[in-house]
Ligand binder design. Sequence first.
Ligand SMILES: Nc1ncnc2c1ncn2[C@@H]1O[C@H](COP(=O)(O)OP(=O)(O)O)[C@@H](O)[C@H]1O
Ligand SMILES: [Mg+2]
Length: 331
Amino acid sequence: MPDSQPILEVLDLHVHFKMLAGVVRAVDGVNFTVERGRCLGIVGESGCGKSVTARSILRLLHSSQTSGQILYHPNGDDEPIDLVNLDPRGDAIRAIRGKDIAMIFQEPMTSLTPVYTIGEQIMESIRQHQNLSEEEAQELAISMLNKVGIPDAERRFADYPHQMSGGMRQRVMIAIALCCEPRVLIADEPTTALDVTIQAQILRLIRSLQQDLDMSVIMITHDLSVIAQLADFVVVMYLGQMAEKAPVVELFQNPKHPYTQALLRSIVRPDTPPREQLHTISGSVPDPRNAPSGCRFRNRCPSVHDRCLEDPPVVEFGPQHTATCWLYVDD
Ligand SMILES: Nc1ncnc2c1ncn2[C@@H]1O[C@H](COP(=O)(O)OP(=O)(O)O)[C@@H](O)[C@H]1O
Ligand SMILES: [Mg+2]
């Protein structure tokens, strides 16, 4: 199979919520491709529309108005399935959700039920999608727990979530997500609630499982250092839109959008001199209902200019590298 075969194509995705106080344009014209066996990173501060994008892929947003296309290519040459057209409660998406496309969330405690053992919860997920005997399902569940690095898996099988640490619970969530060998894993800030050592372990685990299972991953994070460890290709989101898109090395070496540049200044890099003050981006992400007209980043941008009152153009910088910004357009 050639290297760059898309498994998921998101085309001009808009997700809006109609609220009493106005329409929330949480996602407003997002485009990206997830390739087979590769990791796409989506990065941006809190409130930029990352989780809404992720949940819209699995049709988990019942109250939203979604437009655009989310093309899922289960097999190379077959007609893709447009997930936007599937009934969020229908059988078609249920067969895909958890089986072909699985998701892990930020908070493992809220995604696990406190009243069942972790073994019962993994078995439930296996039962939903695979036709295995009770013994086979149990065997698979224990082998998954082993695979995600839970020591003494046979005994931990009978534990309740509260008997485990945060890192172990997140491993259980990964085991549940991976027990049906999904083709795509969506990981929405899977390590944000964990301390840095555990975070590094979980990221290494996701990377090695991705390689073992030849899985595609969408890694969602507010943290560019997570992107650096995992992603092949990066989408930078700001207030529901794409600020920049690029292969990962290109993004770190040659960031073009002032928002990407600001995000990069806010992380610790190997070349950061000791005791150097890390920058924070001034201001915060506004509510989408109060998004500025024209460039949405303009009220926080150090390079703001009059023309930023108009919608910025998408400028190409190289193969697969674009930024949506006026800065590179001559007057
Ligand atoms: N169900 C919803 N109804 C209304 N607004 C929502 C809903 N879910 C998210 N939003 C709004 O959409 C925007 C993007 O949210 P989200 O995707 O969760 O951001 P991120 O994951 O990047 O932090 C936020 O302003 C949030 O308040
Ligand atoms: Mg989120």
